[in-house]
Design a protein around this ligand. Structure first.
Ligand code: ADP
Length: 335
């Protein structure tokens, strides 16, 4: 008799849970839809867990059907809601969560979130042997191991749309604007939206802000009567964000009309772009496939258009390597 291969010997997973954790990002709903429908396609029961790990600890878990995820692919936010959960940092909290999964027979989890949520999943899985698959849902695109994260494309397009509008009014009044976009640790939204809107300057956390250079370039532009300048600042930029920068510039160049606009949470909301819907669907599908193949504790990424699986404990915040080429292009094109 032929020996059963490893795949046949693996216990078939029949019940899985899906949750969103940490900061929300557009496309999470498309991802939930993909997980639910792929799971059901493979004959699984799929459970939705509300408000991230909080729903696991507080037993807010319900069975989902194919129609539970109808008409959500185009919606921002997340139907499962998302949260940060302090109880999950404790062993007692995680034990409660485990008991709630166990009583329903849930044998695998799909976690849509950022690197913090992945760390939580890894800790949980080490203690309780529930395989966890992560899906990178974050607008910041700051996780190593994937070229894309769910929500980034939408967030950056929202920023571009807003900045284009600001340029119209800046141009009408010959004013300078400092526009702050999201990105506490990562400057991707600032860099991409700044390049796409022809910003005169882009300040990001990964680069030192040389304030004297900015003042000098503004003085030089003032001499040339180029008064419309857009400076895009990531919120985590070292000088302290748009307000601090504006105060400094007004002090040094009192004749310059400077306005500040902080885009804020509009960047997290809205209908996901086609790109985000596609990657969310593809990653959600592969998360379920991973559980079926017996993959444990990895997160699903896409690198060079191929699926890429990184151990959850290696999920680290990506440090942006700014290409000198981009910075040079910004400088040359925004004269
Ligand atoms: P993000 O996933 O967006 O990076 P957070 O860092 O806030 O968000 O993490 C989301 C949640 O993941 C936390 O509120 C907590 O419940 C859980 N978590 C994060 N790190 C750990 C950890 N080391 N141990 C247990 N749970 C964790």
């Amino acid at each position: 008799m032929n020996k059963p291969d490893r795949k046949d010997m693996q216990k078939k997973i029949t019940k899985i849970g899906v949750l969103c954790s940490g900061g929300d990002s557009p496309g999470m709903n498309a991802c939930i839809r993909a997980v639910v429908r792929t799971g059901i396609y493979h004959g699984m029961k799929v459970y939705g867990i509300m408000r991230g790990y909080s729903g696991m600890v507080e037993d807010d878990i319900f069975e989902m059907e194919s129609r539970s995820v109808a008409n959500i692919i185009q919606r921002g936010g997340t139907i499962l809601k998302t949260a940060r959960c302090s109880e999950f940092f404790t062993h007692e909290g995680r034990k409660k969560a485990y008991d709630n999964l166990k009583k329903r027979g849930i044998e695998g989890l799909v976690i849509i979130g950022g690197d913090g949520s992945f760390r939580g999943a890894q800790t949980f899985s080490n203690e309780f042997d529930i395989p966890c698959i992560g899906l990178p849902g974050t607008i910041d695109k700051d996780i190593a191991g994937t070229d894309f994260t769910i929500g980034f494309d939408t967030a950056v397009n929202t920023a571009v749309e807003a900045i284009d509008k600001i340029r119209d009014t800046a141009d009408a009044h010959d004013r300078m604007f400092i526009i702050e976009v999201m990105g506490r640790d990562a400057g991707y939204i600032a860099l991409h939206s700044g390049i796409a809107t022809g910003a005169e300057n882009i300040l990001i956390p990964e680069r030192k802000t040389i304030i004297n250079d900015i003042i000098e370039s503004l003085q030089e532009k003032e001499r040339r009567k180029k008064l419309v300048n857009l400076i895009i600042v990531a919120e985590g930029e070292e000088f302290g964000g748009a307000n601090e920068l504006s105060k400094f510039i007004k002090n040094k160049l009192p004749t310059l009309e400077v306005r500040v606009c902080i885009l804020g949470h509009i960047q997290r909301g809205g209908s996901p772009t086609c790109m985000d819907r596609l990657i969310a669907s593809r990653m959600g599908y592969h998360a379920v496939e991973c559980l079926m193949e017996g993959k444990h504790n990895v997160f699903v990424g896409i690198v060079n258009n191929k699926m890429n699986y990184t151990p959850l404990n290696e999920a680290v915040k990506k440090k942006q390597r700014i290409s000198e080429e981009w910075m040079k292009i910004v400088k040359i094109l925004a004269t």
